[in-house]
Design a protein around this ligand. Structure first.
Ligand code: PBG
Length: 340
């Protein structure tokens, strides 16, 4: 152990200098006074589900992530549970797409099948969160239905509600509307309540910026818009006050948890959200945040493990109690090693 030498000019004269280093001297002292701790139980693992049998297809833009066919989900879910992960967020690549995105509410839709299979495999050990959006299911790749080239808010709402109902029927514990349509939380809440799903929770993607960092996801989920972009419905990344208004609106509409996304790019909003509500705050470390760390690590420019854990710690420190991250399974392993 290194010995700290006291400077006589400070210590000897009796003056009280701030010596922050006293509590940084050893791993034990640092662990003792650490303010933020990550726990695998706070991490949500996103999963991409695709048709087929025995298919485990690597996602090019997201090294280490795979699209899995339904039959492989059971063993993957078991691996997550043994690592200490308690929740998954499901995305689907349907067999076919149409203008309305009807695959989003098909009784035997890809995510509906996935939810049933995960429940069969691990029972209640995993909380099943299902993303509710149309972009993976529409032929044009937008998050709502079209009116010309515009995305029509109010005709999209009943479709999102229908998707949420169908996912609740398939056993989702939580539905997570991410389409950024105004009124989507209220529409989903009332549909769930009317149809006997009063217990199904809503995780609202409340403050979701239009972001360049969703790029790798759109390859993963085959959900890139065929024309234009999402700026007419997702928020302008320059706006923090507006993010708070979105969060308040979703809470008023009945959200049980609110999410901020992307995470590292909106730490200020996570912190403000933590102050503004007692509800659980979730943050989504999105595909581009993951891919950036992976790419730099592959080149030897960043230490993958250290960079991933530091970024997750920063997101937690800002105030997120729930973190959606593609590092979930890996991070759970690192955290277990650390605690030994
Ligand atoms: C669906 C949705 C997207 C993401 C989560 N839900 C894509 C988008 O808005 O374009 C992005 C997640 C990620 O980048 O990891 N609307």
């Amino acid at each position: 152990m290194t010995v700290v030498t006291h400077s006589t000019s400070a210590a000897g004269t009796g003056s009280r200098v701030h010596r922050g280093r006293r509590l940084r001297r050893s791993p034990a002292l640092r662990a003792l006074v650490r303010e933020t701790r990550l726990d695998p139980a706070m991490l949500v693992a996103p999963l991409f589900v695709r048709p087929g049998d025995g298919v485990r297809e690597e996602i090019g833009s997201m090294p280490g992530q795979h699209r899995l066919s339904v039959d492989l989900l059971g063993s993957h879910a078991e691996a997550l549970v043994s690592a200490g992960i308690r929740s998954v967020l499901l995305f689907g690549l349907p067999e076919g797409k149409d203008a309305d995105g009807s695959g989003a509410w098909a009784e035997d839709g890809i995510v509906q099948q996935a939810a049933r299979e995960i429940r069969r495999a691990v029972g209640d050990d995993l909380a099943i969160v299902a993303d509710v959006c149309l972009c993976e299911y529409t032929s044009h790749g937008h998050c709502g239905v079209l009116d010309g080239t515009a995305i029509d808010n109010d005709t999209t709402l009943p479709l999102l509600a229908r998707a949420a109902l169908s996912l609740a029927d398939a056993g989702a514990d939580v539905v997570a509307p991410s389409a950024m349509m105004d009124g989507q939380v209220a529409a989903i809440r009332s549909a769930l309540d009317d149809e006997g799903h009063a217990e199904t929770a809503i995780l609202a993607y409340a403050a979701k910026h239009a972001s360049a960092f969703y790029g790798p996801f759109r390859e993963a989920a085959d959900s890139a818009p065929a024309f234009g972009d999402r700026r007419a419905y997702q928020m302008d990344a320059a706006n923090g006050r507006e993010a708070m208004a979105e969060i308040r609106a979703d809470i008023d509409e009945g959200a049980d948890m609110v999410m901020v996304k992307p995470a590292l790019l909106a730490l200020d909003i996570i912190a403000a959200a933590r102050q503004a509500t007692e509800l659980p705050i979730a943050a989504y470390q999105v595909s581009g945040e993951y891919a950036a760390i992976c790419a730099a690590a592959e080149r030897g420019w960043l230490d993958r493990r250290a960079a991933a854990l530091e970024s997750l710690t920063a997101i937690a420190r800002a105030g997120a109690g729930v973190i959606v991250t593609y590092f979930a399974l890996e991070a759970a392993g690192w955290l277990r090693e650390q605690s030994r």
